[in-house]
Structures are given as structure tokens and as C-alpha cells.
Design a protein around this ligand. Structure first.
Ligand code: NOJ
Length: 784
């Protein structure tokens, strides 16, 4: 496609824009169909959890366990980082010796076939029992090919695509000896102050569960022992995303029902999809640190859910239970963690240094150690490490896999969310002969890599500026570029030049937002989440030039755009989109591709609204239509659940996103008006919900149709509505399709007043529409 454009004289571009814009989705689909080496296993196929249940393997584990000394067992439970710390520092060099002595079961932050093989050789040739090392790494949104950040990937509402990105990352990582990723991060977060909101799927447990499954299936493939498969690690178990006030590592208080309905749901999905490992979290949960929490790990995860893989702590999170206040020394911390069910100690050195003595004294039963070791060996066997411990040392191509690069572009394209498009300023008019690209994010390759860029290299990033320059050079278009100011700090010295560029332009693209590593991700909570530095000042000055202005926001969280959104004509939420940032953006801005992404977090108007989420309870005095033009004039306006200085509603709601075309929904139709809770609980009854979705515009497009349910009259208060289904529907201009959902036990049950997960009688509203504020609804009742 790009080559076609290269040869086209400029006067043909207008025609080309039109042609391309109508075939955009067909193009995107052809691209993704061509992807090789992608595990396309579906949820229904092959009961992945059974990979950790092979009787033949269990016999091998028992035989091995019998030969192991206590020290060798505890060695398996010990994990060290190989330099490159992602937490408080480590400066070790004795890895080889420790492995040979059977004192280390896992190493992370080491990559490269030769490098990992070297340590593996110590395990396989020098250690007494020749138990292979499992090498781990944070492969979060790609390995060498950096995909959009997970929050952006979630905005595609396309689990199949996310599964493909995870599969691509798995193949790349495995080729360099890494057979275990500390991903997916599936913490639900309702608070955009928390920097790690970038790593998850947003605020919703249903969507979060779909994404959790997608990552697990993508990483682990059809069989964990396949050479391109790596073990997943669902993290952080559990509740980390509810950090009070959005402050990193902060305490969480989550009542059991909320825990089960919201925060545990994606973990349950990951475990059911076969996730081989989980990571225990840093936070204190209901007064018990998550890394020494028997209720969540031993009771729920291992007993109720039957999880057979192993749990690794987070970085020194076992040691940190001392700071949390439930242990006064290392041995107690280690004992509480291991008894709670944490099987492997990441970086803490407490298992290796204190458990043997505690087993000997009887403080820790050896059966607890055996259980942990069994789990670790089980995953090592499932990965095929005993038979194939070494990575292939063949020389890897210097260039990225072209199919993975295409996938990165498709993923980025689908992750962009069009929030506003006034007077059709987008797609860009082919008549625009001068484009001004302004802002500190237009050419910032590092920021495009996001906070967990893996082995991503800024050299492989094509920025927006680079894409536009390339296009402009070839087509004699004039491109003006001014940075204007820095992302943070900086001065306003560059603003006059930026305004000058804007004045000369037919259209202005303003690329603003957050940097990646220092402003988003771990240890990057913010109390103010507007455009940092002098970017708002830059925006105001540039917008005052009066040219059609498109705001492109690169960020790892929803920002409070309230003060700026009215000053520009269009707003694109672009996240941190990965190596193909520029080409993907250019395709949607120019209309070669259509927007289809939708928000998976409510975008706050003001930071004071946080935590903010659509699936909230109603309150006894609900008030959504607050009028801020005057102070409350009577009791009905005043004594309701509201703020006196801001609306309750988000600036843009969960599920929201525009397209270049328009979609009409027919009224919701349901196949029954009343159901019985008894039949629903027996899973012998369900109903069909359907709507016709019509593309009434002139371009092809993809609409995400969203199904929400809300029940009243139940034993406990239920959220006003909850997402219970979604479908991406590709519609040609003028085309109409029926979209159907099934609603039954799975969608209607909840943890009731007796803490039983059942369907209760009540009145249910069903909504189907384009976002979480849709009013397109029908109602049915559930009787006895
Ligand atoms: C700490 C982070 O919380 C966790 O997500 C990560 O996997 C580990 N460090 C290892 O890097």
C-alpha cells in the first residue's frame, strides 16, 4: 500500500484517500490473516488446565521429589534477578555456583539463547539432580516487537488480536531462552492516578476476563511444551489495582463480595484458561498482605479453583510483610508467606535463608515445601524443560519479523479511540497542503515504546513525525514540525514558533501527553492527571491560531482533558502505541483505516471524581443530571449524591469511541419476558437478546456492540449495570447485521447476601448499544 502511494503524484492523493478509506478494514483483515506462527487455539479447545494434570508427569515429580534433599527443595523455591533490576538493587555474580549447588530454581532478567544456556548448563551438567532453570522476564506488551500498552490493547475490544500479540511475543521471547513471562497483568483499576493502570485492561471485570484469557492462550499456545510457548503469570494476586488514593503500593480494603465479583474475576478466567503461574501482589488486602494471604492464595486460588501451577511472590514482597507489620523478622515473614501458599520467593532470599531451619524445628511442615516444589516442577515439566532445557543458539535475524510488525500496526490502529470529531475535521482532507505537527510527543520514540517496552528498541519505532515526513517528502506536501515545549518542565520559549507554524498550516496535529517510563507504569502514580508541564499552555496558544486542530493524546492513563477538549476540533486517544505508532496513526488520520477502539476506563472530568467507574451502585439519592450553571436551589437539587463543582458523569464513558461512519441500533429485542431463577440456576434456561446494527454512513467500519445487564429487587444492591457481552461487528457502508447475545446463568449470577453465587429473582434491564450510557433497553423478570 505504501509503495502505491510512493509512486502516486500528489494530485492523485485525494482520489486515493477516498478509495483507501472505503477499503480500510478489508486491508486490515488481509494483513492479520497473513500472520504466521500465531497460536489460534480457542478457549473451547484442549482444556489447557489439563496440561498440569498429566499422571505420567505426576509420577516423575514424585520420583524426583523423593531424591531431593530439603535444601534442594528449597532451592527450587528461590528466584534471583540477573542484574538489570526492576526493583531495589541486586549485585550478584554467583548464579552459576548457586545453580550447581541446587540453590536456585529460577532466574529472571536474563535474555539471549547463549546467556541463558550458559546458566542452564550449570543446572543440567553440574547440579546433582539436573533440574532445569526456568528463565522469566516481564514480557508485557511485546518482546522485541513492541505492541501498544495493555490498556490500549484492551481498547481494541478484540481478544483474538490480543491473543495474537501475546503469541508473537512468546515466540520472540522463547527464541532467546525466556520461557516464562510475568504477564498478563490483570488488575482491575478504577483509578487513573495509579500508574499501573496502563498494564491492565481497565475497570471492567468482564472485559478484563476476556483479555486475561486471550493473553494466557496467546503465551501458552496449544501446548506449553511447544518451542514457541511460554508460561504465563497472571498478576498481581490480588487487589493491587484498588490501591487507596491511587498511590502506588498502597493498602487496599475490598469486601469479599467485591473482591470476588470484580478483582478476582480475571484471575479466575486466567486460571481456567490454564495460566501456569500467578504472582502475589505487594499490597495489603483487608489487613493481610497479599503475599502472605492464606484466604486468597490457599483458600480461593488453590482450594476453590483447584489451581495446580505455582505462585511466585513479587519482587521482595515476602520480605515486605515485615514493613506491613505482620512479622518482626525474616523467618516469620517467610513462614507466613509459605504457609499462605506462596511457592517461590522472588529476590527476597528469605526462603533460601530461613525455611530449612523452620522445617527442622517443625514450624513449617515439610508437606508445605513438597507442595510448593511439586507445583514448580509441574510447570517445568509442562514446558518441556527437562527434555529440551536449552534455547536454540542459531543467529536470530537482525530485523524484526515483518508479520509481527504488521500485527503491531493493526493492533495500534484498532486501539486508537476517536473521542471527538467536529465538523468532520478527520479524516484529513486531501486538500491540506501544509500540515503542522506540534508537540513534544510527535517525535518521541521512547515514549511510543510504553512503560514495559521489553527488549523493544527505539530504533524500530516509527513516530508520527517520521511517518508524516516520509509521506510529505514523497508527495510534495509541506510539513512543519515544532516541539513547542517539553513533556514535563521545560519552558515556553518554543511556543511562539509553534503558533507561527500553526498559522501557516491548513491543519494542525497536536501531539501531547505523558512520557512512558517515568510517568506511567510501576511507581508512577500522579495526583494531577492533566497534560503535564506547559502542554496546556502550548495547546491554548496553538488552538488560538484558529486552524482546524486535532489533538492526539499519547498517555498511559486517561487524562483529565476537560479544560482542553473544547479548544480543539478533534481528539484522538492514542495511548503509547508501540513501534508502529506513526504508520498506524497516519492510516487512521488519513482515512485509510477507520477508528474502532473504545475506552475501557471512564475518562474523568476531574481528578476529584476518582475512583470513577460505570458499574457502580446507585446510592439512595442518585443524581446523574446535575446542573452546574447555578447552585442547588432546592432539596432535590442539593441533597443528592453529587458534587457542587463538577458533574458526576465522566467526560467520556466506559465503552465510548467514535468512528468515521455512523451506526444505528434497532430496539433491543428479547426472546422471553420472564425466566425462573430455579431453571437459570440449573442452567436449563436462557434467553436471546438481539439488535440490528446498521452502518448508516458512507464508509465501512467496525462497531463494538456492548451488552449490559442490571438487576433490581435482589438480596443485595447490584451495580446499575454491568458489561456482560460484546461483539466487534464489521459493517460495510449501508450494511446491517443482527447481533445476538445469550443471557443465562453465567451472565446473571452474583454473590448474594449469603455469599452464594446464584441467580436471584428480580427485574432485569438489558441494554445493547455503543457505550455504557446507552439507553437502548428492554426488561424481563426473573421469578422463583
Ligand atoms: C515488580 C512488579 O510489580 C512486577 O509486576 C514485576 O513482574 C516484577 N517487579 C519483576 O520485574
Amino acid at each position: 500500500m505504501k509503495r502505491t502511494l510512493d509512486r502516486a503524484p500528489f494530485f492523485l492523493i485525494a482520489v486515493l484517500f477516498l478509495l483507501l478509506s472505503t477499503s480500510a478494514d478489508a486491508f486490515a483483515q488481509t494483513k492479520s490473516k497473513a500472520l504466521p506462527r500465531v497460536n489460534r487455539q480457542s478457549a473451547a479447545q484442549g482444556a489447557p488446565a489439563s496440561q498440569l494434570k498429566d499422571p505420567a508427569v505426576e509420577r516423575k515429580i514424585e520420583a524426583l521429589l523423593k531424591q531431593m534433599t530439603l535444601d534442594e527443595k528449597i532451592g527450587q523455591m528461590n528466584q534471583f534477578s540477573f542484574g538489570a533490576p526492576t526493583g531495589p538493587g541486586t549485585s550478584r555474580s554467583e548464579y552459576g555456583e548457586m545453580i550447581a549447588a541446587g540453590k536456585l530454581g529460577s532466574v529472571f532478567n536474563l535474555t539471549g539463547a547463549k546467556e541463558t544456556n550458559q546458566l542452564q548448563r550449570a543446572a543440567m551438567t553440574k547440579s546433582r539432580l539436573k533440574i532445569p532453570i526456568i528463565f522469566g522476564l516481564d514480557v508485557i506488551h511485546g518482546y522485541r516487537t513492541t505492541f501498544p500498552i495493555p490498556l490500549a490493547l484492551a481498547a481494541t475490544w478484540n481478544p483474538e488480536l490480543v491473543q495474537q500479540t501475546a503469541s508473537a511475543a512468546a515466540h520472540e521471547a522463547a527464541a532467546e531462552g525466556v520461557r516464562w513471562t510475568f504477564s498478563p497483568m490483570i488488575d482491575i483499576s478504577r483509578d487513573a492516578r495509579w500508574g499501573r493502570i496502563i498494564e491492565g485492561a481497565g475497570e471492567d471485570p468482564f472485559l478484563g476476563s476476556a483479555m486475561a484469557r486471550a493473553y494466557v492462550m496467546g503465551y501458552q499456545g496449544a501446548r506449553l511444551s511447544d518451542p514457541g510457548s511460554i508460561a504465563a503469570c497472571a498478576k498481581h494476586f490480588v487487589g493491587y489495582g484498588a490501591a487507596e488514593a491511587g498511590r502506588e503500593y498502597n493498602t487496599t480494603q475490598i469486601p469479599e463480595r467485591l473482591l470476588r465479583e470484580v478483582y478476582l474475576a480475571p484471575f479466575n478466567a486466567a486460571v481456567n484458561a490454564g495460566a501456569a503461574t500467578l504472582m502475589s501482589a505487594f499490597n495489603d488486602l483487608n489487613d493481610v498482605p497479599a503475599s502472605a494471604n492464606p484466604f486468597t492464595i490457599k483458600q480461593i486460588l488453590k482450594k476453590e479453583w483447584g489451581f495446580r501451577g505455582f505462585v511466585v511472590s513479587d519482587w521482595t514482597s515476602i520480605k515486605e510483610v515485615i514493613a506491613h507489620g505482620i512479622a518482626n523478622d525474616g523467618p516469620t515473614a517467610a513462614r507466613k508467606a509459605v504457609l499462605a501458599g506462596v511457592d517461590m520467593d522472588m529476590e527476597g532470599e528469605l526462603y533460601i535463608s530461613t525455611l530449612a531451619a523452620q522445617v527442622k524445628s517443625g514450624a513449617v511442615p515439610v508437606s508445605v515445601i513438597d507442595d510448593a516444589v511439586r507445583r514448580i516442577l509441574r510447570v517445568k515439566f509442562a514446558l518441556g524443560l527437562f527434555d529440551n532445557p536449552y534455547a536454540n543458539e542459531k543467529v536470530l535475524p537482525a530485523n524484526l519479523d515483518a508479520a509481527h510488525v504488521d500485527l503491531a500496526r493493526t493492533a495500534a490502529e484498532q486501539s486508537f479511540v476517536l473521542l471527538k470529531n467536529e465538523k468532520g475535521v478527520l479524516p484529513l482532507s486531501a486538500a491540506a497542503k501544509t500540515i503542522a505537527v506540534i508537540g513534544p510527543l510527535a517525535d518521541d520514540a521512547d515514549a511510543m515504546l510504553g512503560a514495559w517496552g521489553g527488549k523493544g528498541d527505539a530504533k524500530n519505532v516509527i513516530t508520527l513525525q517520521a511517518s508524516l515526513q516520509d509521506f510529505a517528502d514523497k508527495h510534495h506536501m509541506r510539513l512543519l514540525h515544532e516541539k513547542g515545549t517539553e513533556i514535563r518542565g521545560g519552558t515556553d520559549a518554543g511556543i511562539p514558533a509553534a503558533v507561527n507554524a500553526a498559522r501557516q498550516a491548513d491543519v494542525v496535529l497536536l501531539a501531547v501527553g505523558e512520557s512512558a517510563g517515568d510517568m506511567t507504569g510501576e511507581a508512577a502514580s500522579r495526583t494531577v492527571i492533566d497534560l503535564p508541564g506547559l502542554q496546556t499552555k502550548l495547546l491554548e496558544a496553538v488552538a488560538a491560531a484558529g486552524k482546524p486542530t486535532v489533538l492526539i493524546v499519547f498517555s498511559g492513563r486517561p487524562l483529565t482533558l476537560t479544560p482542553v477538549v473544547d479548544k480543539v476540533n478533534a481528539v484522538v486517544q492514542a495511548w503509547h502505541p508501540g513501534i508502529q505508532a506513526g504508520p498506524a496513526l497516519w492510516r487512521v488520520l488519513s482515512g485509510q483505516a477507520n477508528f474502532s477502539g473504545k475506552l475501557t476506563v471512564s475518562m474523568p472530568r476531574a481528578v476529584g471524581q476518582l475512583p470513577l467507574y460505570y458499574n457502580a451502585l446507585n446510592t439512595g439519592r442518585p443524581h446523574l443530571k446535575v446542573d452546574l450553571t447555578h447552585p442547588p436551589t432546592n432539596g432535590d437539587e442539593k441533597y443528592v449524591s453529587r458534587y457542587i463543582d463538577e458533574l458526576n458523569a465522566p467526560l467520556f464513558p466506559f465503552g465510548y469511541g467514535l468512528s468515521y461512519t455512523k451506526f444505528d441500533y434497532s430496539r433491543v429485542s428479547i426472546s422471553a419476558k420472564s425466566l425462573s431463577s430455579e431453571s437459570l440456576n440449573a442452567d436449563s434456561q436462557s434467553l436471546k437478546v438481539s439488535v440490528d446494527v446498521k452502518n448508516t454512513g458512507e464508509r465501512d467500519g467496525v462497531e463494538v456492540a456492548e451488552l449490559y445487564l442490571g438487576e433490581r429487587g435482589t438480596s443485595i444492591s447490584r451495580p446499575v449495570r454491568e458489561l456482560k457481552g460484546f461483539q466487534r461487528v464489521a459493517l460495510k457502508a449501508g450494511e446491517s447485521k443482527q447481533v445476538e447475545f445469550t443471557v443465562g446463568k453465567e451472565q446473571l449470577r452474583f454473590w448474594n447476601i449469603d455469599m452464594r453465587q446464584i441467580v436471584e429473582p428480580g427485574i432485569v434491564t438489558v441494554w445493547v448499544g455503543p457505550d455504557s450510557q446507552t439507553e437502548n433497553s428492554a426488561e424481563f423478570s426473573i421469578g422463583k
